[in-house]
Unconditional design. Structure first.
Length: 410
């Protein structure tokens, strides 16, 4: 029974890390112990490259390119490049028809998005640009996306992450829940990190300053989830990763569990790969503040909201049923992550569109949570040498139409 308590305590501690980090951030903000930031952006219009690594993306590439063409940004300040990576469909011809630059890559051994990015960066490294934005081919961007990034001070020296929303929020219960998880991440959690100077995790639409990339030794992120590795490597080097909530972009969320399984396994395995490669360096390396160490450890060990809820609930049942030594304390500790996610989710639902329908979508949560736990377990076999697998796409029901500005800003 003592061993059971120790095991449950270890689980509780891991699940508590995000709550502890958020709590420390809130205290720092309340006490106004936050770092000072540059007040003014650099003079002139930053030259941006929108880089889209695309493998057989003829279904959704057109709307993505159309949204980029509608950005409110000087035409001579932005260049869009599509990397047609080992394509067997019309990806390259669609990109050319849209009037953007196309780089065609064929490499049967180094397959996947990270290798396509590295290959493209080698070919444009000597060209004049200040920052590069890496977009998935299913993404749609706000008209103000580029200008929000360009307004950042010292853009060349930092990494910036936009607000990733869900383009097909109203499709199914699964996509509605995905919208809530997105709001929790990019509005609430990243908001806390930004205000107290912590690096934010990175994903679709990441913007990398030219000097930041050079100081990092070029592109070195080849894990199954390259953005988790980019986040860890930049943090280890002391390079800032900031969230930009006004740089809004939208990604297509899978409508069904089967469609998203490969993506979730890849993300989970990639995060575990990064934890294994960078964990010791992040915990012991010089120059990393203690709160940043705590926070990135919390991020790299986190299970995701639904899986955290599931593990916490299972552990509470075990502790209560067995009356393991210290079980009241264990149950209390395990309930904190549930309360944190619940409060964040309710806040997101209340502030978002169609709150009643969104709240009703959570009737599907028990099934989704069980599925997520199964996916987490299945991801373990990919940690060693799993191959990159493209996420299945579906054609949108309508043209690339963004939500109205009032809905986007809520």
């Amino acid at each position: 029974m003592i061993l059971l308590s120790v095991a449950l305590g270890a689980v509780a501690l891991m699940l508590l890390l995000p709550s502890i980090s958020d709590g420390v951030a809130a205290i720092c903000i309340a006490l106004e112990q936050t770092p000072k930031r540059d007040a003014e952006p650099a003079a002139g219009t930053p030259r941006l490259v929108m880089l889209i690594p695309a493998h057989d993306e003829e279904t959704l590439l057109g709307p993505c390119l159309a949204s980029l063409a509608r950005m409110n940004y000087p035409p001579d300040g932005v260049t869009t490049i599509v990397v047609a990576d080992n394509c067997t469909d019309a990806t390259a011809s669609i990109a050319r028809a849209a009037g953007v630059r196309v780089l065609e890559r064929a490499d049967a051994t180094r397959r996947g998005k990270p290798w396509a990015i590295a290959w493209a960066l080698e070919r444009i490294g000597d060209e004049p640009w200040d920052a590069i934005v890496i977009l998935d081919a299913d993404s749609l961007v706000d008209p103000d996306f580029a200008s929000a990034l360009a307004a950042l001070p010292a853009l060349r020296t930092i990494v910036a992450q936009g607000y990733i929303d869900v383009s097909n929020r109203a499709d199914t219960a699964l996509t509605r829940m995905a919208w809530v998880w997105s709001a929790i991440r990019f509005r609430t959690v990243n908001g806390l990190k930004n205000r107290c100077g912590l690096n934010v995790p990175l994903g679709d639409g990441v913007c990398i300053g030219r000097d930041a990339l050079r100081n990092a030794g070029g592109w070195t992120a080849f894990a199954l989830s390259e953005t988790w590795e980019l986040y860890a490597s930049m943090t280890a080097l002391g390079i800032r990763c900031v969230g930009v909530p006004t740089a809004h972009l939208y990604a297509q969320e899978a409508r069904a569990l089967r469609q998203s399984a490969s993506q979730r396994r890849r993300w989970t395995a990639g995060r575990l790969q990064v934890l294994r490669r960078y964990g010791a360096r992040l915990l012991t390396g010089a120059g990393i503040p203690w709160h940043q160490r705590l926070d990135i450890l919390a991020e790299l060990t986190a299970l995701g909201p639904a899986a955290q809820l599931g593990v916490s609930a299972i552990a509470i049942v075990i502790a209560g049923a067995t009356r393991a030594p210290g079980w009241p304390i264990l149950v209390t500790a395990l309930a904190i992550p549930i309360a944190r996610i619940g409060l964040y989710a309710l806040n997101a639902v209340a502030r978002g569109p169609e709150p009643v329908r969104t709240l009703a979508a959570f009737a599907y949560l028990p099934i989704y949570t069980a599925w997520r736990l199964i996916v987490q377990i299945g991801a373990l076999r990919l940690v060693g040498n799993g191959a990159w697998v493209r996420t299945a796409r579906h054609r949108a029901d309508t043209d690339a139409a963004l939500p109205d500005k009032g809905e986007r800003r809520r």
